[in-house]
Design a protein around this ligand. Structure first.
Ligand code: PGA
Length: 246
């Protein structure tokens, strides 16, 4: 049985004070019937880890380098995230893919390093509006997943979470309908099943794109939606907890 995971991606937002109040607010709500994780900017990771220490809340990084270590000014390695207490890392978010040119090869390299560092890799896939209009959504997602399906071992998949985030629904207030999301989630699970039925059965597939407390229950009730990757709404404790309760 797959657990529901609600993951808050703070993106380049928050401060030390907000890190404190957001984590405190989540902990105050107590344990809920889902796994919860937050992804603060890496500067606030250690602070969030300390605040969440010993609790049910997991903390992760928003990105990691595609190299182990060395002369890569400004980069943060997967090993450093793990060393600072992160348990997870988001990889291949559409903002990384479009604004920073991350290819599927880079996403694979980062995923490999994350897994080798003991982190859970939350790998993002999703189509743009033009790709959806052209009827290409499933093909785009299949292409984004192909290298991972080819290169990762069965045991690697124990530590991989897929986040389906249609680019047109991120930060736009535009949410995929539960049916639209379920359709792609089912397709993704089918792609995983092409690799292994067991992997398909156990891999969590999150939906991301304007998830709010008001639409989370309907999205999460779909058979192949195992939780959400939440951007904007994760910066508001009441909204975020509302999503977790859903
Ligand atoms: P959003 O972002 O919830 O603000 O749409 C989701 C994401 O980018 O992970």
């Amino acid at each position: 049985m797959r657990r529901t995971l609600v993951a808050g991606n703070w993106k380049m937002n928050a401060s030390q004070a907000q890190t404190e109040s957001l984590v405190a607010g989540i902990l105050d709500a107590g344990e809920l019937d889902c796994d919860i994780a937050v992804f603060p900017p890496s500067l606030y990771l250690t602070q969030a880890v300390a605040l969440a220490s010993g609790s049910h809340l997991s903390v992760g990084g928003q990105n990691c380098a595609d190299q182990i270590s060395g002369a890569f000014t400004g980069e943060v390695s997967a090993q450093m995230l793990a060393d600072c207490g992160a348990q997870m890392v988001i990889i291949g978010h559409s903002e990384r893919r479009t604004l920073y040119g991350e290819t599927d090869g880079v996403v694979l390299a980062k995923t490999r390093l994350a897994l080798d560092s003991g982190l859970v890799a939350v790998v993002c896939v999703g189509e743009t509006l033009d790709e959806r209009k052209a009827g290409d959504a499933e093909n785009v997602v299949a292409t984004q997943l192909a290298l991972l399906l080819k290169e990762l071992s069965d045991s690697d998949w124990d530590k991989v979470v897929i986040a389906y985030e249609p680019v047109w629904a991120i930060g736009t207030g535009e949410t995929a309908t539960p049916e639209q999301a379920q359709q792609i989630h089912a397709a993704i699970r089918g792609m995983l099943a092409g690799r292994s039925a067991a992997i398909a059965e156990r891999t969590q597939i999150l939906y991301g794109g304007s998830v709010k407390a008001a639409n989370a229950a309907e999205l999460f009730s779909q058979p192949d939606i195992d939780g959400g990757l939440v951007g904007g709404a994760s910066l508001d404790v009441a909204e975020f907890i509302g999503i977790c309760r859903a």
